[in-house]
Ligand binder design. Structure first.
Ligand code: CP
Ligand code: NVA
Length: 308
């Protein structure tokens, strides 16, 4: 059966741990294993901008001995009248896996619905699961075992990073808190899925509006842009409601514990996070970005093995 990674809970807790273990081996030895030698080809398609995702997949696939085929989705026939399903059927005939950054999650689901090869979500409006795999690897490297740790996400609770941290975090057995203003809280269907998964792992989910209460005792603070790709012209006022959720020195101190700060990047310095925190000793953002490389290599190899 072909395996896809469309959202974080597509991996069971045991499978997620297996992928993270493999990711740690790639962190130590970047160039040793060549499981994609042949080479096997992977299409990596972007309908939105990218720096980290594009680079880490392209470099990672090459390091595995494979052939990365990077495509601007806006230049494909997909951008005209060709359907997602027909595009997917074509991709299955040429390459061994497809990595796609697009808009609505239902587009990702349509790609996977007829695909004979693994489909990997490289960011949709609803989820960013590859990022959260790298985040979990980063947290594990700093704090040891993930189960029982508390992670607080601050900012746009309705965006892809918040949703993925909820699903990926509880899959790892963590207690996930989301601190967000009214009208920017996680989608109820994502909270339901996260609570269902948490019931199996001992994790938990809480949505709060008070940022200080949300960070109390938190091992990890996570934030993200207040304006995600595609929302630039939606006319919603974000600066005012989001300001209390800025990750700054005062909020880091309010954790009362030694905490780790993550941000998937790109950062908007002075908005969701201040320079001193981003560049300070609690920040793990550069490791986090590097871990995209290791985590995605592990995910790709694991999905291809499972789908063989
Ligand atoms: N964090 C992340 O996905 O970065 P890019 O948008 O640069 O790929
Ligand atoms: N929430 C952000 C993440 C960027 C990596 C966005 O979707 O633009």
């Amino acid at each position: 059966m072909v395996r896809h990674f469309l959202r974080d809970d597509d991996l069971t807790p045991a499978e997620q741990a297996e992928v993270l273990d493999l990711a740690d081996t790639y962190r130590v030895d970047r160039l040793g294993a060549k499981p994609l030698a042949g080479p096997r080809s992977v299409a990596v398609i972007f309908e939105k901008n990218s720096t980290r995702t594009r680079l880490s997949f392209e470099v990672g696939i090459a390091q595995l001995g494979g052939n990365p085929v990077i495509i601007d989705g806006r230049s494909m026939q997909l951008g005209r009248e060709e359907t997602i399903e027909d595009t997917s059927r074509i991709l299955s005939g040429y390459v061994d896996a497809v990595v796609w950054r697009t808009f609505a999650q239902k587009r990702m689901d349509a790609m996977a619905s007829v695909s004979r090869i693994p489909v990997i979500n490289a960011l949709t409006d609803e989820f960013h699961p590859c990022q959260v795999l790298a985040d979990l690897q980063t947290i594990r490297l700093r704090h040891g075992a993930l189960p029982g740790l508390t992670v607080t996400y601050l900012g746009d609770g309705a965006n892809n990073m918040s949703h993925s941290m909820l699903l990926g975090g509880v899959t790892a057995g963590m207690h996930v808190r989301v601190a967000a203003p009214e009208h920017f809280q996680p989608a109820p269907w994502v909270l339901d899925a996260a609570r269902e998964r948490a019931a199996d792992t001992g994790g938990s989910v809480r949505v709060l509006s008070d940022p200080r209460e949300a960070v109390d005792g938190a091992d990890v603070l996570v934030t993200d842009t207040w304006t995600s790709m595609g929302q630039e012209n939606d006319g919603r006022d974000r600066a005012r409601p989001f300001r209390p959720y800025q990750v700054n020195a005062e909020l880091v101190a309010a954790t009362g514990v030694k905490t780790t700060v993550l941000h998937c990047l790109p950062a908007h310095r002075g908005q969701e996070i201040t320079d001193d925190v981003l560049d300070g000793p609690d920040s793990a953002v550069w490791d986090e970005a590097e871990n995209r490389l290791h985590a995605q290599k592990a995910l790709l190899v694991w999905l291809l093995e499972q789908s063989a």
